[in-house]
Design a protein around this ligand. Structure first.
Ligand SMILES: Nc1ncnc2c1ncn2[C@@H]1O[C@H](COP(=O)(O)OP(=O)(O)OP(=O)(O)O)[C@@H](O)[C@H]1O
Ligand SMILES: [Mg+2]
Length: 259
């Protein structure tokens, strides 16, 4: 096993009107190459803060973060955000090809790659459409296609399906499992849905209430390939419930602090 991400004792303190506010506290995580790690924790515990640090968008206040690239020329990490972060003035094709364009991939090649991914996420007929012509689920497919098309070594996903209705979400969960199993990228995936984390992940890391830190983790024992059908298995329900029991304590702590 090759280590891909090593975060050690990361903390982040934000300035606030009431003085410094600790959003993340001594959080450590090690991710192996090709591993799909899900992070679950109560709202406001610092999950997005951690992902932004991983993505290089934010500097930690203390601690150390190391990423281990294999290929210096390829993009290292790509983030998919909860709110469809796609350009409204670009077509689906140009949105998906954006990362490739930034890297100077020739036009013909980037259009081919983009078309390929647009097809894989089921949007072949919408390659020339603009985001305002798409539903939320379709926009999120564009974000996902763009991230995969750019072929980063590490994919960082911050509740990528969080804004979707339950039915669209179930479909996209199934699609994500399939896409990931074909690519086996290193993924750090934040979600509020325990079921989603059990369906997608190899390992689930649970964070404590604010200021968030590592609480515990679960290895997901289910073999791959997986499909949405797994969610109907009794062992799936048992594991999901066990995780919920641990998480519930933290969610209640969060609520008590806020009331
Ligand atoms: N730029 C910022 N400045 C000040 N405080 C911030 C900033 N960003 C986040 N925070 C605070 O830091 C804490 C952690 O925020 P973060 O967005 O990382 O949580 P989260 O776990 O992603 O929450 P959610 O599940 O609701 O998305 C919260 O209390 C939030 O209010
Ligand atoms: Mg967040």
């Amino acid at each position: 096993m090759t280590v891909k991400i090593e975060a050690k004792d990361l903390s982040k303190v934000y300035p606030s009107r009431n003085g410094p506010m600790c959003a993340l506290r001594d959080f450590s995580l090690r991710v192996e190459e090709g591993e799909f790690v899900c992070i679950v924790g109560p709202s406001g515990c610092g999950k997005s803060t951690f992902l932004r640090i991983l993505g290089g968008l934010l500097a930690p206040s203390s601690g150390e973060i190391k990423l281990f690239p294999r290929n210096e020329k390829a993009p290292l990490q790509n983030i998919v955000f909860q709110e469809y972060a796609i350009f409204p003035w670009k077509t689906v094709l140009d949105n998906v090809a954006f990362g490739l364009e930034m890297r100077g991939v020739p036009r013909k090649e980037r259009r081919e790659t983009a078309h390929d991914w647009i097809r894989k996420v089921g949007l072949a007929k919408f390659a020339d459409a603009y985001p305002h012509q798409l539903s939320g689920g379709m926009k999120q497919r564009v974000s996902i296609a763009r991230a995969f098309a750019n072929d980063p070594e590490i994919l960082l996903m911050d509740e990528p399906l969080g804004a979707l209705d339950a039915q669209t979400r179930a479909i996209l969960q199934g699609e994500l499992v399939r896409l990931w199993e074909a690519s086996r990228k290193t993924v750090v995936y934040i979600t509020h849905s325990i079921e989603e984390s059990v369906l997608l992940g190899d390992r689930i890391v649970l964070m404590t209430a604010h200021p968030g830190t590592y609480k515990t983790e679960y290895a997901v024992p289910f073999t791959r390939p997986r499909s949405f059908e797994l969610t109907s298995a009794p062992e799936f329900a048992r594991l999901s419930y066990a995780i919920w029991q641990e998480l519930e304590v933290e969610v209640k702590r969060t609520m008590e602090k806020q009331s």
